[in-house]
Design a binder for this molecule. Structure first.
Ligand code: GLN
Length: 418
């Protein structure tokens, strides 16, 4: 299956206002997260839609920020990243990438992974280049490609019939090969995958790597949920597979890692020629990222080993996953068990809700859940091209990055009202 997203119609049906906007943004609607967080507030629902922790960041992280602000780290940072942070990132990531990372040439600190995605695409994609996006994708990928003048080419994952595990949603290598043309420049993957909770296996990534090498493609690997993994499922980094370091940019996010999504600190790790391209774009986007918060994230990373923090993060989230899985099972929303990320995709096929409009079924169900049941979920059609949005008709995405009390309260509402 080969499907190119026409750059001027993407998301048009979700556009809400008419403005003198430039052609490159004319087709964009409001993001699904803004829309559903507002709806959730309006109906006083429990927001299991937008993925952000509702609990405080760890004390040692907040303390590091206080210290940074008080210590005078309040002027522009080095454009590619504040020294304390890039040094800390090199120390944390060198062992997991199995190579000595150069903090000064192979790491670029970005304004969240969102800017990492944007700057990578701006730095590497020429107008007319095609970029392969695996569906469901994180919603900022198509706009980033479109704003660079590139063309998204969509390849949907194929769920096994009766899938119960996120691992049952797999990429069909024939679909991927059929999507490639002489114009293909980049493949974007996301593991662990938002919204499915899938972690690509080594075997899948080896197959992807083979295709990338055969066709001389670059890979952007969005790994923002890298430290939220369950059931001992290994997080395989495509950059560590044979022949892949040279062609891969890997992204991470402090927002996810330290439960501070509002800090908007992310990073790109790549070999020098690719990191240089990202930096050439980044220097004209924010120029540099918030200095005191970079200092704080650097200080926080210096402490993760002695605190066993990253392991405990997964343990905490695995317990939260169990609370939500159990409630969803009970109320007739068979979930796909996620092995990573803080999202659960459920099957809503058996839900008999009144759906009066012509909107997509998943959109109507998520609105209805917010208004009538008091729990907000995200409609996954936002993570598909319009042409493939029907593939999301019978699913909804819930997040479990909330306090146990809120998860229990949501479970009570679902059990009582559904
Ligand atoms: N990544 C978060 C999610 O998927 C939200 C990010 C955002 O609000 N843009 O829910």
């Amino acid at each position: 299956m080969r499907l190119r997203g026409p750059s001027t119609t993407f998301l048009k049906e979700r556009a809400t206002v008419s403005t003198p906007a430039a052609v490159r943004v004319q087709s964009f609607g409001t993001t699904v997260f803004a829309e559903y967080s507002a709806l959730s507030l309006e109906y006083d629902a429990i927001n299991l839609g937008q993925g952000f922790p509702d609990f405080p960041a760890p004390d040692f992280v907040i303390e590091a920020a206080r210290t940074a602000l008080a210590s005078g780290y309040n002027q522009y940072a080095r454009s590619a990243g504040h020294p304390r942070l890039v040094n800390a990132l090199a120390a944390v990531y060198s062992p997991v990438f199995d190579r000595e990372l150069d903090p000064l040439t192979q790491i670029v600190v970005t304004t969240g992974a969102t800017e990492g995605i944007y700057a990578t695409v701006q730095g590497l994609v020429n107008p007319g280049d095609e970029v392969i996006l695996i569906e469901p994708f994180y919603d900022s990928y198509p706009p980033s490609v479109i704003m660079a003048g590139g063309t998204p080419v969509y390849v949907p994952l194929r769920p096994k019939p009766g899938a119960t595990s996120a691992a049952d949603w797999r990429i069909d290598m024939e679909d991927l090969r059929a999507a490639i043309s002489p114009k293909t420049k980049l493949i974007i993957i996301n593991t662990p995958l938002n919204p499915v909770g899938k972690m690509y296996s080594r075997e899948e990534l080896l197959a992807l790597a083979q295709v990338a090498q055969e066709h001389d493609l670059l890979v952007l690997s969005d790994e923002v949920y890298e430290w939220m993994t369950y059931d001992g499922t290994p997080h395989v980094r495509i950059a560590t597979l044979p022949g892949m370091w040279e062609r891969t940019i890997t992204l991470g996010s402090a927002g996810k890692t330290f439960s501070v999504t509002g800090w908007k600190i992310g990073w790109a790790i790549a070999p020098e020629p690719l990191a240089h391209a990202v930096l050439m774009a980044h220097q004209w986007i924010p120029f540099a990222v918030t200095t005191p918060l970079q200092e704080a994230v650097g200080a926080a990373f210096e402490q993760v080993e002695e605190r066993n923090y990253l392991h405990e993060l997964s343990v905490m989230y695995q317990a939260k996953r169990e609370i939500l899985l159990s409630a969803l099972n009970d109320v007739g929303f068979p979930p796909l068990t996620p092995h990573g990320s803080y999202f659960i995709l459920v099957d809503t096929t058996d839900l008999d809700a009144p759906l009066p409009t012509d909107d997509l079924r998943d959109v109507q169900i998520c609105r209805w859940l917010t208004k009538e049941i008091g729990v907000t979920a995200i409609p996954p059609s936002a993570f598909y091209s319009p042409e493939h949005s029907h593939l999301a008709s019978n699913v909804a995405r819930f997040c479990f990055c909330k306090t146990d009390a809120i998860l229990e309260a949501a479970a009570t509402r679902l059990r009582t009202n559904l």
